[in-house]
Design a protein around this ligand. Structure first.
Ligand code: PMP
Length: 433
């Protein structure tokens, strides 16, 4: 199998990860926070399989929901037809998300949810009661990552992911994060532009800006970069003040990872549009959703106002059924109440790791953590040996550049978290010894 994988498959980001290709790990089953390889060896899933398995793997309630729906209907077009799981899930999402997000548009990946958000915002300004068709651009933050489709890449600001495709992309309006900042909580230290610089740019461009798109509280793929407290709210207030739609990308932060169901809740933010994905089905099936307000939806009613977007698998019944069960688990298992002590435990562990030589900084937002390692000309990729050793010791993690990312399932136990933190501590200390 390993040979056939190497011969026939094209894994995402392959070249970047070539170092870890030997030997290829073949995962055959999973349970709780563990993945098991073809030899039966367990690995603690330290990144919840790319930030999705919020309730762990192979959960009986999610399995049951999927099997029950399989007995009914696996797929039907959502163009003109509907079905109970899609309706019930939309009702639940409208209830649990912040603010006035009462309209749900389904798609299948986080990037698609972002793409839809951008298209909605653009078309809204052409069709709203007070049309402003010149509003055609988007403001996004330095270091932003919003996905790999063309629109999502365009509002992204990590060069690595954009440079080869520049000919396809439009350019977002952005503020310089490098301008020295004297705010009490320096924004530049967090990798984001000073809020005053953002205001200056928005004031200069607001007439052409359709929307601002941001990840609330923390930029995940940028290396778990946590904003200063109140920063996201200040961005929202600027968006309101200058009549920009406020799009939040909660693809990474949504479904409990910040300690609340949605990151917006921490700062009382009520977005106009919200993109969801990843944890929405608890890591079971590809589903994403773009939520918006009734006011925005109303601009799409009437002749010649159609929103031209629709996927083949939009609103797939299996995905919606498992997403409903996934949401229900948060209540049934009191997931977020129980999570708080794991977040505290992670925080303590990170403080200890931050004291080790070679660790530049540790950052945390809820159960999302980044451990930034010192690079040098001799060792441009310090994360690689650490991840290899972690795998040898039975823990799977993934890097973002020189940042080790830790984002286990929300249901990780105290013992599992201790194992994860102690192992990292031993590996990082040994490396320096
Ligand atoms: N937005 C954010 C904030 C993300 O972290 C990601 C994925 N890491 C995406 C969008 C894209 O999601 P997907 O990979 O499901 O397309």
């Amino acid at each position: 199998l390993e040979q056939a994988d190497k011969r026939f498959l094209w894994h995402p980001f392959t070249q970047q990860q070539a170092w870890e290709a030997e030997p290829q790990l073949i995962i055959e089953r999973a349970k709780g926070c563990y993945l098991f390889d073809s030899k039966g060896r367990p690995y603690l899933d330290g990144v919840s399989s790319l930030w999705v398995n919020v309730h762990g793997h192979n959960h009986p309630a999610l399995n049951a929901a999927l099997q029950a729906q399989l007995q009914k209907v696996a797929h039907t077009t959502f163009l003109g037809l509907t079905h109970p799981p899609a309706i019930e899930l939309a009702q639940r999402l409208a209830t649990v998300t912040p603010g006035q997000l009462t309209r749900v548009f389904y798609s299948d990946t986080g990037a698609a949810a972002v793409e839809i958000a951008l298209k909605m915002a653009l078309q809204y300004w052409q069709q709203c009661p007070d049309p402003q068709p010149q509003k055609q651009r988007f403001f996004s933050l330095a270091n932003a990552y919003h996905g790999d489709t063309v629109g999502a890449m365009s509002v992204g600001q990590i060069d690595l992911y954009r440079q080869a495709y520049a000919a396809l992309l439009f350019s977002p309006v952005h503020a310089d994060p490098g301008i020295p900042c004297s705010c009490p909580l320096s924004c530049t230290r967090h990798g984001v532009p000073c809020i005053h610089e953002v205001e200056r740019i928005i004031a200069a461009h607001h007439r052409e800006l359709a929307a601002m798109i941001v990840e609330p509280l923390v930029q995940g793929a940028a290396g778990i970069r946590v904003y200063p407290a109140g920063y996201t709210r200040a961005l929202w207030e600027l968006a309101k003040q200058y009549h920009l739609l406020f799009i939040v990308d909660e693809v990474a932060t949504g479904f409990g990872k910040t300690g609340r169901l949605f990151a917006c809740e921490h700062e009382g933010i009520e977005p106009d549009i919200m993109a969801l994905g990843k944890g929405i089905t608890g890591g079971y099936l590809p589903l994403a959703a773009t939520l918006t307000t009734e006011e925005i939806y109303r601009a799409f009613l009437g002749p010649e106002r159609t929103f031209y977007h629709g996927h083949t698998y939009t609103g797939n019944p299996l995905c919606c059924a498992v997403a409903l069960a996934n949401l229900a688990l948060f209540e049934q298992e009191h997931t977020l109440d129980r999570l708080q002590s794991r977040i505290d435990q992670l925080g303590q562990g990170l403080r200890q790791l931050a004291t080790l030589p070679g660790v530049v900084a540790t950052r945390q937002c809820g159960i999302m953590a980044g451990i930034e390692l010192q690079t040098s000309p001799e060792q441009p990729h310090p994360e690689r040996p650490v991840l290899q050793e972690a795998r040898r010791r039975g823990i799977l993690l993934r890097p973002l550049g020189n940042v080790l990312v830790v984002m286990p399932p929300l249901v990780i136990s105290e013992q599992e978290m201790t194992f994860l933190l102690n192992t990292l501590s031993i590996i990082l200390a040994d490396r320096n010894g």
